[in-house]
Design a protein around this ligand. Sequence first.
Ligand SMILES: Nc1ncnc2c1ncn2[C@@H]1O[C@H](COP(=O)(O)OP(=O)(O)OP(=O)(O)O)[C@@H](O)[C@H]1O
Ligand SMILES: [Mg+2]
Length: 507
Amino acid sequence: MAPGAPFGDAPIIPTRSGRAPWTLRRRLVVAVVGLLALVSLVIGVVSVAILSASLMDGLDQQVKSAAERSSVFFGGGRPSGDFSIPTPTANDVLNGPSQPPGTLALVYDGSAVTAGYTDDTGAVVDLSNDQVTLLLTELDSAVQEGTTSVPFSVDLGGDVGEYRVLAQAARTGALYLVGLPVSTVTGTATQLALIIAIVSLAGIVLVAFLATAIVRLALRPLQRVTATATRVSELPLDRGEVSLVERVPAADTDPRTEVGRVGSALNRMLDHVDIALETRQASENKVRQFVADASHELRTPLASIRGYSELTRRSGQELPPDAIHALGRIESESVRMTGLVEDLLLLARLDEGRELEREPVDLTRLLVDVVSDAHAAGRDHSWDLDLPEEPVLAAGDGPRLHQVFANLLANARVHTDAGTRVQVALTVEGATAVVTVTDDGPGIPENLQETLFERFARGDSSRFRGTGGSTGLGLAIVQAVVLAHQGEVSVDSRPGRTSFRVVLPLA
Ligand SMILES: Nc1ncnc2c1ncn2[C@@H]1O[C@H](COP(=O)(O)OP(=O)(O)OP(=O)(O)O)[C@@H](O)[C@H]1O
Ligand SMILES: [Mg+2]
């Protein structure tokens, strides 16, 4: 299955903006993954915040303990009033008992400042002048504000980084400051954040795969429903006897599921359409049967009319000229009507799909006959016949094929002016015989060409319309007979050249 096309090869219809819309599968997977990412993010942020806060509390306690330990150098623990001890340096404080590596100290006795911090090995590292100035300012403001027992953060920049420090004023008058690096806290918090991120990411990837698989599995019944609908859409339902047997499989029509409801609705619709098609076909058959029956029934009375009028005309009795004219008209009209009825009957039978004869028909001989008939009927036209050396045999019904070419030649005769040249040619192309009937007459009017092969389609300028010589069934019969032979008929017409081309399968 192509990505983005979860339901077979159905084309994805672009939205109005021109971009293909998201498939249901993609939307569900993205929603699940997005929600999981959001929840993971919230859990991560909250966890890291709580941990940082609690570690910071711990650090503050450690800073306080460090300050406590350092107070010994500033007369802490001695009886009050005994201030005869010398002010220590930062080095003394840092090398004092159980001060952890990283400890920072600054001592200010009113005139001199000493400051430094221990590195990982325990060696004392001096601070730069800027850093000392910064710490002094902080120390001063803490003493001014009286917040000497509250640890606060100072960013010393560079390799030293951020420190949590506690400012103290000794009873000896010295001011001092002890601190511990915040990096221990941030390191642990960063580690936790990293672990949460990695675990969440792995979880999200896993969930994305699982969700894709689950959604695909869940949508599979919908795919089967789609397949059924697609198969139905490919059925030829437009004509003839059709049976709509395609249905969604019973397993996908359980109305307790969403897809099942779609499936059963589709099945109900197919039942409905099937019944409608059957009804339509039945009524169509009835109409056809009626036309065939009516045409058949009309043949006998028409033959009688013709017979009696002919008999009367030839009886030898003296008849007034008007009566003779009227009888002639009755006779010719009944001949025309017989032709019309025969055409209708033939069309009705072809519509019913009644099988035609299927035997080898010698097209060469058939065309020779048809052209010589046309020649006899149309002496004012010139007739050409171009035949191959070998006889060409088509599989079909001789009299019907005769009618096809007779109709085409009659058209070339009656719808063109005297002196028109008509060329009939027969060739073999692959497994088909091709007959072309070409004339250099006025051509078929543009507006008629589209409906040319429809029943009762005829040109307005038809010279025979008034006299009733043209019915517009000729080409309809040509097409119906040729199609019943699994052949093809086409026309190419412009003023000065009209060419009909009939393709028939060889015997
Ligand atoms: N060779 C042609 N040249 C010019 N017009 C043509 C030609 N063949 C057909 N037509 C036009 O096509 C119309 C339809 O032809 P069709 O054979 O179906 O009916 P018809 O000839 O009018 O009547 P029918 O053949 O039933 O007596 C004609 O009325 C005519 O206008
Ligand atoms: Mg005709």
